[in-house]
Design a protein around this ligand. Structure first.
Ligand SMILES: [Zn+2]
Length: 394
């Protein structure tokens, strides 16, 4: 049993000592004299839940700033896909390393990824001790043998990481994967108890092409294939109508809202109120560094809240607490991770945030400061599964 004692941090409205045993919060009010294998002095900090990033392409951090300020299809066809065709496994390892370092430094302890050469990303995630759900990506243009290889990898995933890293089945999108392969992906995921991760209704063009090809919209099309269910993580979901919102809610689909990427690519305005009122579980993702251009989930919270307010004309539509829930416990819950809140018995994932940083003062409301005012430089310590991944002032 390994233990960690966090001394003198602010939890709620009191300063307390927090004991972590075997990767879980054992006590949020440890008594004086408690001892542990490792003790850290957290004076001047507050403890907050860390971030769970539900949509990334980690290795694409190599393409940060490579192509900006153009429409999605041109960006993909003329820049991103040609660049990616030249990327080697070693490049993907370096891109993943850069991304994971960035994620940890900005307070993220989990990411749901979708990319290629996933063995490289898994190796780096393991090395850093971060949680991840790594998508085994399917696109129609891969050969039959490549697809068989991927199916084999899914069937033989032995999880060498004690639950920190899982695999997901990730058909890229309805415009890159045909109906037979989409159905096959859903079958495989369900037979193995894995999540499905897909891009969905990201652009107006995707909807128009789907209408032309399948005579219906992307959400209705996927539902007609039996694809949608509580194991599906749908990234973006920008262009949906009321009935589609109801379908997504009734199927229990989790939405990975990526406000910065949608805004930067001018993909559209996420219909937060529509999806929220329909009862959908909404989480936050950054998308790749190539369309964001960072992986800072704290920025994502602020953009999500501001976008929802501006687009609905209602300043009450997404309070700071709700933005925080989307970035933290909603994402953890979507992936079945028993974390995302600071609570006894939960997995010990946490941030220690400096209260003496200029952006955190005065502190009328901690969550308000964290969502609207702070920067990632306020993060002092990042803890995942009871282990310290980063500590600035230790
Ligand atoms: Zn994406």
């Amino acid at each position: 049993m390994r233990s960690l004692l966090i001394r003198h941090t602010r939890y709620g409205d009191k300063t307390t000592d927090i004991l972590v045993v075997d990767g879980r919060f054992a006590s949020l009010s440890a008594s004086a004299g408690t001892e542990a294998d490792e003790t850290i002095d957290a004076t001047g900090t507050a403890i907050l839940p860390p971030f769970y990033n539900t949509h990334t392409h980690a290795a694409m951090s190599l393409l940060r700033g490579y192509a900006d300020d153009m429409p999605l299809q041109r960006w993909l066809n003329e820049y991103i896909w040609p660049y990616e065709n030249k990327m080697t496994a070693a490049d993907i390892r370096e891109g993943s390393r850069l991304a994971i370092r960035e994620m940890i430094q900005t307070g993220t302890v989990f990411f749901s990824d979708m990319y290629f050469e996933i063995g490289e990303t898994i190796a780096v995630a393991k090395e850093f001790g971060i949680r991840a759900a790594i998508g085994v990506t399917f696109v129609e243009s891969h050969s039959k043998s490549q697809q068989e290889e991927k199916l084999d990898m899914l069937r033989h995933w032995g999880d060498p990481t004690n639950g920190l890293i899982t695999l997901t089945v990730a058909p890229h999108a309805i415009y890159t994967v045909g109906s037979n392969l989409l159905v096959k992906c859903a079958e495989v995921a369900r037979s193995l108890g894995m999540k499905l991760h897909i891009h969905l209704s990201e652009t107006r063009k995707e909807v128009e092409d789907c209408l032309r090809e399948h005579g219906t919209t992307p959400v209705r099309y996927l539902d007609s294939l039996g694809f949608l269910g509580p194991d599906v993580i749908a990234a973006h979901v920008v262009h949906v109508d009321e009935e589609e919102a109801a379908i997504l809610a009734s199927r229990g689909v989790t939405i990975a809202h990526c406000p910065c990427s949608n805004l930067k690519l001018a993909s559209g305005i996420f219909p937060y109120r529509l999806l929220h009122d329909a009862g959908c579980r909404i989480t936050l993702g950054t998308d790749g560094d190539s369309s964001n251009n960072n992986l800072d989930m704290r920025e994502e919270m602020k953009f999500a809240a501001l976008l929802a307010k501006a687009s609905s004309g209602d300043p009450e539509v997404m309070p700071a607490d709700e933005a925080l829930a989307m970035a933290t416990r909603n994402g953890a819950a979507a992936f079945g991770i028993d974390a995302g809140v600071i609570q006894e018995g939960k997995l010990a994932d946490a941030l220690l945030v400096r209260l003496d940083d200029v952006r955190m003062q005065p502190c009328h409301n901690l969550v308000s400061n964290w969502v609207y005012a702070a920067g990632s430089s306020c993060i002092d310590t990042v803890i995942c599964n009871g282990k310290i991944l980063m500590r600035r002032n230790g």
